[in-house]
Design a protein around this ligand. Structure first.
Ligand code: NAD
Length: 474
């Protein structure tokens, strides 16, 4: 009889088999490959927290997959279900993800075994501050060591508590704000971080849809316009992916949440829906679409693009045969199991892997960290200079041509880049460059037929190069 394994173990096994599959297309020796695969440090700890008059023991986990670059980087997952194997899988993905998008960090991930949905802010603050203190005791947090960020179940609020706790203990660290990213803007954050992962998903999907040859194979027209999209999870990643795709011309036909789903072939209004969710706590009962009790059914409904943006192991060998999407865009980490991928690829579905597609978060986290270390907002030094320069160009053109540039065009031309402009532009460039890099590996390597393997090959080669230049390897 087949032994039942946990969701976390399944996830880690799938990450390892994707690594092994890709490693065969590289020329590194087995010793180095083993080093690149294994998680370097694993720290698991338990601490007491008083919750509603009762002391509860909370489990915390921090895993650093690879310290080939400093700091290591990765979000903290707040979930009742989080376990060590799952965090190991996520930390491993982080190392290769950073490499794929040329972010100079090692990979890490954390977990706190608590359900944020069931706790009030006071408890969450206590838990977060205590978790940070435990990391501090072991030098497992700091702008040069290990820098957490948000993940499933956490956001800017928790990151602000982490930064404040770190600064309380390390007041002499002038770079203290760089100990965590995804902070609120007023507390060392950066414009564009909140939406970064979803915006990166949009840039990545848009780039994939622009490839004429690939779209021909999928029997899809090129471009985002009028593409029917279904999103699973209307949280940070899902909401922003849906919002930017809708703004880019796509029709969001379906949304699946943990407690129900919605479908409307004519399109759901994402802004109205998120407002409804914020007010009622659920998407259930939203009047703009057909309510579907079993949200997993939504994933199987008619669409061109499916964006799973909730959790791992959502598309399995069980539901994969019924998926209608031609393109699956992994907003979440590990949403498609290995077995499901085999079924989908054999049906001709194009999968844009997590390893590349949700790297927008860590890319903008990198920008935030740079901002914290430089102690200056992006655009502060050059915005006005650019505006004066553009005004002078316009004046010269008008003088020499005798023609006036209209007010609307003048406004666009004179606008100097502010922080958000620079972050969006840096992220767009990163996603387009990385997509074409992994696509090129796929097209030019005999035997590679999927983007996940290509992305792992890219990541493995870049990590291997770091180990070699560090002199760690012969
Ligand atoms: P989040 O907590 O903001 O949102 C997750 C959403 O999924 C919530 O709305 C939740 O209710 C919903 N959900 C939970 N179980 C579900 C189910 N069974 N079916 C449908 N919906 C369900 O989390 P997030 O930050 O958006 O993270 C989502 C995924 O994206 C995770 O896999 C995470 O690792 C990955 N990710 C997040 C970031 C980031 O910057 N936040 C970066 C990279 C990857």
């Amino acid at each position: 009889m087949k032994k039942k394994i946990s969701e976390g173990t399944k996830f880690l096994n799938d990450v390892h088999s994707a690594f092994d599959k890709a490693a065969k297309f590289t020329s590194h020796d087995d010793g180095l490959l083993n080093q690149l695969k294994i998680c370097n440090s694993i720290y698991k700890f338990y601490f007491p927290v008083e919750i509603e008059g009762k002391v509860e023991v909370v489990e915390g986990i921090r895993v650093q997959h690879s310290q080939h670059k400093s700091p290591t980087k990765g979000g903290i997952r707040y979930s009742r279900m989080v376990d060590e194997e799952e965090v190991k899988a996520l930390a491993t993905l982080m190392s290769f993800k950073c490499a794929v998008v040329d972010v100079p960090f090692g990979g890490a991930k954390g977990g706190i075994k608590i359900s944020p949905r069931l706790q009030n802010d006071k408890t969450l603050e206590k838990v977060t501050r205590r978790f940070t203190t435990e990391l501090l005791k072991k030098n497992l947090i700091g702008p040069g060591f290990d820098v957490p960020a948000p993940d499933y179940g956490s956001g800017p609020k928790e990151m602000a508590w982490i930064a404040d706790t770190y600064a309380t203990f390390r007041g002499d660290d002038i770079n203290a704000l760089g100990c965590v990213t995804g902070k609120p803007l007023g507390q060392g954050g950066i414009q564009g971080r909140t939406e970064a992962t979803g915006l990166g998903v949009y840039y990545g999907v848009r780039e994939a849809l622009e490839q004429k040859d690939d779209m021909k194979k999928l029997k899809l027209s090129t471009g985002m316009n009028n593409k029917k999209v279904i999103v699973q999870g209307l949280g940070n990643v899902g909401y922003h992916s849906a919002k930017f795709c809708q703004e880019g011309g796509a029709i969001i036909v379906g949304i699946a949440e943990w407690d129900g789903g919605l479908y409307n072939a004519k399109g759901l209004d994402i802004e109205k829906l998120i407002k409804f969710k914020q007010e009622t706590g659920s998407i259930k009962g939203f009047p703009g679409g057909k309510n579907i009790a079993n949200s997993m059914e939504v994933l199987e409904m008619d669409c061109d693009v499916l964006i799973p943006a909730a959790l791992e192991n959502q598309i399995t060998e069980e539901n994969a045969p019924r998926i209608k999407a031609k393109l699956i865009a992994e907003g979440a980490n590990g949403p498609v199991t290995k077995e499901a991928e085999e079924i989908l690829v054999s049906k001709g579905v194009l999968i844009i892997p997590d390893l590349f597609l949700n790297a927008g978060g860590v890319t903008v986290s990198y920008f935030e960290w740079l901002k914290n270390l430089s102690h200056v907002r992006f655009g502060r030094m050059e915005k006005r200079f650019q505006e004066i320069q553009a005004t002078n160009y316009i004046a010269t053109i008008e003088k020499n041509t005798g023609k006036k540039i209209d007010a609307k065009a003048r406004k666009i031309l004179v606008h100097g880049a502010d922080e958000r402009d620079l972050v969006y532009s840096g992220l767009e460039e990163t996603m387009i460059h990385a997509y074409n890099e992994i696509r090129e590996i796929m097209l030019s390597t005999k035997g590679i037929t999927d983007l996940r393997t290509a992305a792992f090959v890219s990541g493995i080669n870049k990590l291997a190069a770091s180990y070699k230049t560090l002199g760690v390897w012969p």
